[in-house]
Design a protein around this ligand. Structure first.
Ligand code: SF4
Length: 368
């Protein structure tokens, strides 16, 4: 369990909120770890890193948090960025932000890194990453954005327990309606599961008890890059990055149902929807290509489409074969076989001393 990992397997040498030492003594403890185990500890970073105005919006021990991250992560065996803020700036970077907040990757691009985006991060994925490192002396295979394939290699939609309702066209149409009470698909309530890569349906939260869709709320796509901007509005549908993606048929189903009672409205609405859909498809396609590390300018449009289709087809095939485990493995194979997506990253061994640096996850400013 996560508790056993933290209390029995690793030594947490520094964490601002749970360590006994405080103030200057805490900073001494941090420096001691770096001196005793150079390049031999794991640095776990939570929170966005403000770099605007020389990093004044978040300081630790009187120093800019960005400087502390460079120092600690630069001397680590490997770094794990937990949560969407540490991934790419998260909420503080939404809409451009005010503090110049970025993720760990932007501050220390050359370290051995695993990103665990999510809002909040799933602690099971953090525990699994650390256990993988302790067991195999290397970080797990990742995609081009350093997200481990065991957790982010499969499409959430394909692992969802409400998927059967999607296939049968059984959708929640309004909060509290019959479909909502019966646990039908939340696609029409803005669920971003068809556009999101994460293992939330299988890992779940709170010790495996539940996750948002099981609790009745659609996925908000929080594991995807720039999700606050890219996945908005939370309760509105987004067009698919792929023309053949299943949600297109669900939209068409909705239009067809309306058409029976309001033909003129449908004619106007359909034309608008097609224009918006086409524009949206292009934007989502570009975002998805960037996600998997494919440069359409290098590969050509046809090859890029084939690569995306291969990834989606692998996900579909995994569901047919049954089991999220198979899904992750095949998606990992598909992703790692694609040179454009970049090679898996790995770190060299050393001793399992863990250092946790807590950043500005929940506030843009404020000295610590
Ligand atoms: S659209 Fe959302 S609720 Fe429906 S099956 Fe996909 S992930 Fe599940």
């Amino acid at each position: 369990t996560t508790a056993e990992l933290l209390l029995e397997l690793v030594s947490v040498e520094y964490h601002e909120t749970i360590m006994a030492r405080s103030g200057t003594s805490a900073e001494v403890a941090r420096r001691q770890v770096m001196e005793v185990a150079p390049n031999g500890y794991l640095a776990v970073v939570e929170g966005a890193i403000p770099v605007g105005d020389d990093g004044v919006y978040c300081t630790v021990g009187g120093r800019a948090f960005s400087d502390v991250v460079r120092e600690v992560c630069g001397g680590s065996a490997a770094t794990i960025a937990v949560g969407s803020c540490a991934f790419d700036g998260g909420a503080p970077a939404a809409g451009g932000g005010l503090t110049g907040s970025v993720g760990v990757e932007q501050v220390v691009p050359d370290v051995s890194l695993v990103n665990l985006p999510g809002c909040p991060v799933n602690v099971e994925n953090l525990a699994a990453t650390i256990v993988h490192y302790l067991t195999f002396k290397t970080l797990p295979a990742t995609d081009a954005r350093h997200r481990p394939l065991f957790a982010y290699g499969g499409l959430l939609h394909n692992q969802c327990e409400r998927r059967a309702h999607f296939e049968f066209g059984e959708f929640v149409q309004a909060w509290g309606d019959e479909g909502s009470q019966k646990g039908w698909c939340l696609y029409k309530m803005g669920c971003k599961g068809p556009e999101t890569f994460a293992n939330c349906p299988t890992a779940r939260y709170a010790g495996g008890i539940s996750w948002p869709v099981k609790a009745g709320h659609g996925c908000i796509g929080c594991t995807m890059a720039g999700f606050w901007d890219q996945m908005s509005p939370v309760y509105g549908r987004l067009p698919s990055p792929l023309p053949f993606a299943p949600q297109v048929s669900a939209d068409q189903l909705g239009i067809a149902l309306v058409g029976g009672v309001a033909a003129l409205t449908v004619a106007h609405g359909t034309a608008s929807a097609v224009r918006l859909h086409r524009r949206g498809v292009e934007e989502r396609r570009a975002a998805r290509l960037a996600e998997v590390g494919i440069d359409e300018g290098d590969t050509g449009a046809a090859e890029a489409t084939e690569a995306l289709e291969a990834i989606e087809a692998a996900d579909e095939g995994d569901v047919d074969a049954g089991g999220a485990g198979a899904s992750d493995e095949d998606a990992a194979e598909a992703a790692t076989s694609d040179e454009a997506s970049g090679p898996p990253t790995a770190a060299t061994p050393p001793a399992p001393v863990t250092e946790i640096v807590d950043g500005a996850a929940d506030a843009e400013g404020g000295a610590r």
